[in-house]
Design a protein around this ligand. Sequence first.
Ligand code: ADP
Length: 257
Amino acid sequence: MSQKKPEKLIDENDIRSDGRKLNEMRQVKIEVGILGNADGSAYIEMGKNRILAAVYGPREIHPRHQALPDRAALRCRYHMAPFSVQERKSPAPSRREHELSKVIRESLEPSIFTEYYPRTAIDLFIEVLQADGGTRCAGITVASLALADAGIPMRDLVSACAAGKVDGRLVLDLNDVEDKGGEADMPLAYMPTMNAVTLLQMDGMLTGEEFEQVLNMALEGCKQINQLQKEALRAKYKVVKEAEAEKEEEGEKEAAE
Ligand code: ADP
């Protein structure tokens, strides 16, 4: 949400405008498998960001000319709800949303065994319900979980987090005011098990040395996000397992009667 830039974004005690330390990530809450009608879904809260991801597929592709002979076509739509920012946003897709749909697709595609499903589509919808900076990263993180929840074979989870420079200091996970009022923002997406970066963008200016430091900070952020993703997946499958065990128990009881 666009807010007026405070005069100082970091105070003399190195505390940021939202009370965080320089290398502290916003509070993250993740839930997997929350939609009944999609093949896979997940929801993330990262600070004030609230984002939902839904996946369909692999399924028959329409229009057919989009079919790829050797792999599934990953199609991605990143969309911001009209109420996701302070000023009402037009629901029609903007240039920014088109661009983000493309970069998010490209950051997730290397993680999927698309070659297992030639001539099909995997459709991914990312709905930003509330935005506060860093929605592409939170969108990638939650979309990767929705893909896993859909049971799509994957090489790794993709975990994303940004780092950058604000008031001359290097910081992790910029919020909207920091993004707008800071000197640099570098979103990064990373597959920890494969040790591969799938997205690296940068807005603003950094020295060579700062670039390396910011990159390492963002990588550490991605690793933290990865832990939270795994916990969210485990939590979902714990519930599924318990429900299955209950069903089995009931079945056994009925058989015994
Ligand atoms: P990201 O969300 O990945 O950081 P940007 O750097 O393009 O992507 O956007 C930064 C932030 O700017 C968004 O997270 C959102 O809070 C805000 N923003 C984006 N588009 C709009 C818009 N149309 N109106 C108001 N704020 C917006």
